[in-house]
Design a protein around this ligand. Structure first.
Ligand SMILES: Nc1nc2c(c(=O)[nH]1)N[C@H]1C(S)=C(S)[C@@H](COP(=O)(O)OP(=O)(O)OC[C@H]3O[C@@H](n4cnc5c(=O)[nH]c(N)nc54)[C@H](O)[C@@H]3O)O[C@H]1N2
Ligand SMILES: Nc1nc2c(c(=O)[nH]1)N[C@H]1C(S)=C(S)[C@@H](COP(=O)(O)OP(=O)(O)OC[C@H]3O[C@@H](n4cnc5c(=O)[nH]c(N)nc54)[C@H](O)[C@@H]3O)O[C@H]1N2
Ligand code: SF4
Ligand SMILES: [Mo]
Length: 743
């Protein structure tokens, strides 16, 4: 008989990274609760954390590889699956070259340490420029503006919410999403605390979201026009002498260029296009400037739109002008315990960020941070010629639902010579694969957040060992990736040997690097003292050479993986601290407030100002606390309750179109159309409709039994894959022109 045990685990679903306690009995998962003792999340949990139990037990979750034989996906052993991949991919690479093989990376690859650490190994082995990811359906605009302003794309200023007096949230709904590029468990509790100390929350959103309902002020804005509003706020600050960059003054390049750039964007000029009154904009600018403890934060609604990079940049511009950047209560730069580019190397300057180093073959879209826009994937498969994509790896991604024009992507995938997916479901995307290699349950591998501590509201370190071991010789996802790396690079090497080569290579470069905590130390001594293998060993090395690390003995009280394993509630390193100029990695050693690349995009803003306003509707998305993009709809706990995939529309618009609550509406976009259930609500602006993404689970060949009971529609069939935010290559998923009628 097995006995029940309590285990600790960081939730890997969203960016809030909540600490959980999980009751287990043998291989069975019992109750899941928020861990009150967790130093970072203090017991917060949402329904998705509770549903990890159902995810782990989901009978539809893949546990055995599937290989296509005579047109059908059938179960196969791991060795058969790897052999099939080797047999099929090797001749494609030999005949058509490496660029003929593409990779698409999805969102969970940022949430699982095994994927984060070993995808780069696979990509290096594949050596193809045809790399696509969910980043260009999401945060790429912010990464571009971060990179150009601060020298590294992950140097991201986050609101120091626990000390703010004024928080302005644009295009984000952390009440549903639990925060993004901002790791902030219990957002609601923190806002309540802020309001109790006299602070205010302002939400700028075309929809009165749950976050807007919590706010002291909601400003409804026309979708896609945030850059105008932010430029007008900056304009007001210059015009009314409210600019106060404070101590940062000597560390900034380009303040005058910014003043010139926003000169024409008076609140009066932008009032019509934003549908926000000049007085509201001016007052907001004054409020933000009146305190150093103000923070302006923008997310999905400001990134996945026509002016994504301009909006992302202007958000930081406004924070700098208000004197809030790098100040307690303003927006600050976290210091993560491991693998943060802005706390390694020489403090205060670096190589900076370059974009546009190569172009996509078909439409000539610019490279961004080593990848190409996700909206280019289908055309690169369809269009004949040298370097046409003939084979594809998808890793933890579902572009057929998540990217614009999924029908076209689906058709394109159907024409591939070969496709491999590493995924946990047979879903809309993976049903096209010739081989599916199952990922693990999140409870079967250890967990450490590399990315999210870099966006966190406090500095902390936490690690969770695997709850369950992998049985029957099933590989961890890192081992799967190493096997694939060996296959695509034509090497006959085991995953274990490859892993040892990798860690020894890391140690070597650190011991040879001046300024590294282990400069000139003995390589084998370092290697021998590391804990574990695979991702764990890499984390141990990274923690120990990191900002809180023990440097391999020089400071024995400091951080090691062993110490974190012995501290299941994590270690708190306190509130965020000012990091300027130390965190900068720009060549100039200054904050580049007016990067020429970004200024060169301003004429587009000018042009659109005089564009005729369409009389049709603008489509936006939304999230619900019980969803996570396209892939948690198969869990009963999350799928139950009121149907989520409805079209929200203002009652005045609905009356005009004769749409009753629950009636079917027909919505048409440039590349497709859907029929969707009407939900009348005064919470949405007239002229705007909202349909959530990630639905449309009625595609043949997928196996999502719960999700397909109420499939909903794929709102991204309405999105246009021919347009992007040019600097970031990001898709435009909000502010999409559509027409609506009764079906
Ligand atoms: N209209 C509209 N479209 C959007 C958005 C929007 O707001 N509106 N949001 C965009 C955003 S922010 C994002 S991030 C993208 C997401 O785009 P994608 O990442 O392409 O899509 P997801 O739905 O997150 O799909 C995740 C996939 O990973 C698989 N998976 C889950 N866990 C694991 C695991 O542990 N291992 C492996 N190997 N696989 C796993 C799931 O089965 C699923 O196939 O969608 C974007 N699309
Ligand atoms: N429950 C849940 N949590 C999630 C996810 C999920 O699917 N479900 N997905 C995760 C992922 S991958 C991400 S990236 C994050 C995203 O997290 P958030 O950035 O918080 O995203 P949303 O919740 O979609 O909120 C976007 C808001 O922008 C508004 N909006 C749309 N267009 C515009 C516009 O043009 N201007 C302005 N100002 N507002 C606009 C919408 O009405 C909506 O309220 O959430 C993560 N967390
Ligand atoms: S908010 Fe929910 S999904 Fe996100 S980490 Fe916490 S428990 Fe997990
Ligand atoms: Mo995302």
């Amino acid at each position: 008989m097995t006995k029940s045990e309590t285990k600790y685990r960081i939730c890997p679903i969203c960016e809030a990274t909540c600490g959980l306690t999980i009751e287990t009995n043998g291989r069975t998962v019992g109750d899941i609760r928020g861990n009150d003792e967790d130093v970072f999340s203090h017991g917060f949990i949402c329904p998705k954390g509770v549903a990890l139990r159902e995810l782990d037990a989901d009978p539809d979750r893949l546990r055995t590889p599937l290989v296509r034989r005579s047109g059908e996906l059938i179960e196969a052993s791991w060795e058969e699956a790897f052999a099939e991949i080797e047999k099929r991919i090797t001749p494609i690479i030999a005949k058509h070259g490496r660029e003929s093989v593409a990779t698409y990376l999805g969102n969970p690859s940022a949430h699982k340490v095994a994927l984060q650490l070993y995808i780069p190994v696979f990509l290096k082995a594949l050596a193809s420029k045809n790399l696509y990811s969910a980043s260009t359906l999401d945060q790429m605009p912010k990464q571009v503006s971060n990179g150009l302003m601060y020298g590294n794309f992950l140097t991201c200023a986050v609101p120091d919410i626990d000390r703010s007096d004024l928080l302005v949230i644009m295009g984000a709904n952390p009440m549903a999403s639990n925060g993004s590029l901002w790791t902030v468990p219990d957002f609601r509790g923190r806002i309540k605390a802020m309001q109790k100390r006299g602070g205010r929350l302002v939400v700028i959103d075309p929809r009165r979201s749950q976050t807007a309902k919590l706010a002291d002020q909601h400003i409804a804005i026309r979708p896609g026009t945030d850059a105008y509003l932010l430029a007008a706020m900056a304009n007001t600050m210059f015009a009314e002498n409210l600019v106060n960059v404070g101590e940062l003054g000597s560390r900034i390049n380009g303040l005058d260029d910014v003043e010139k750039a926003v000169e024409k964007y008076s609140p009066e000029l932008v009032a019509e296009i934003t549908q926000v009154s000049p007085e509201t904009i001016k007052q907001l600018a004054r409020d933000v400037a009146a305190t150093d403890a103000s923070a302006v934060y923008g997310r999905i609604g400001t990134c996945t739109q026509e002016f994504g990079t301009l909006s992302s940049w202007l958000t930081d511009v406004v924070n700098i002008l208000a004197g809030s950047l790098d100040r307690p209560g303003g927006v600050m730069f976290p210091k993560a315990p491991a693998l943060q580019a802005n706390s390694t190397g020489t403090p205060g300057s670096g190589r900076g960020t370059r974009i546009g180093r190569w172009q996509s073959r078909v439409r000539g879209a610019s490279e961004i941070l080593g990848e190409l826009p996700a909206v280019c994937l289908a055309e690169e498969i369809e269009t004949p010629g040298d370097q046409q994509i003939r084979a594809l790896f998808t890793i933890a991604g579902n572009p057929i639902l998540s990217a614009p024009n999924g029908e076209r992507i689906s058709r394109a995938f159907g024409t591939l010579d070969f496709m491999v997916s590493i995924d946990i479901y047979l879903n809309e995307t993976t049903r096209h694969a010739d081989v599916i290699l199952p990922g693990t349950s999140p409870l079967e591998e250890s967990h450490f957040d590399i990315g999210f501590h870099q966006f966190a509201i406090r500095n902390a370190a936490r690690f969770s060992p695997a709850l369950f071991s992998l049985d029957d010789g099933r590989p961890g996802e890192w081992e799967t990736l190493l096997r694939l790396a060996a296959i695509v690079s034509g090497q006959d090497v085991s995953a274990a040997d490859m892993d040892e080569q990798i860690i020894r290579g890391r140690i070597k470069s650190l011991t040879q690097k001046e300024g590294s905590p282990i400069f000139e130390r003995d390589e084998s001594e370092i290697f021998e003292s590391l804990t574990g293998t695979g991702p764990d060993r890499q984390i141990d090395l990274a923690l120990r050479v990191g900002p809180y690390g023990d440097g391999f003995g020089t400071d024995p009280d400091s951080l090691t993986l062993k110490k974190l394993i012995d501290t299941p509630n994590g270690i708190d390193y306190g509130p965020l601290e000012p990091r300027m100029p130390e965190a900068l990695r720009t060549p100039s050693g200054k904050i580049e407030m007016a990067p020429p690349e970004i200024l060169s995009d301003l004429p587009r803003l000018d042009d659109a100002l005089v564009r005729t306003v369409p009389t049709s509707f603008l489509l936006i998305g939304r999230r619900d606390v019980r969803t996570n993009n396209s892939w948690l709809h198969n869990l009963p706990l999350l799928a139950k309750g009121p149907f989520k995939c409805t079209m929200q529309i203002h009652p005045d618009d609905a009356d005009r179109l004769g749409l009753e609550d629950g009636a079917m509406a027909s919505v048409k976009g440039k590349s497709g159309a859907v029929e969707v259930v009407t939900e009348r609500t005064p919470d949405i602006m007239p002229g705007v409709i909202s349909i959530p993404h990630g639905f449309g689970h009625n595609q043949q060949g997928a196996n999502l039994r719960v999700a397909s009971e109420r499939p909903g529609v794929n709102s991204n069939l309405l999105a246009d894959d021919s347009v992007i935010d040019p600097l970031s290559g990001n898709a435009i998923l909000n502010g999409i022109p559509v027409s609506v009628s009764a079906a």
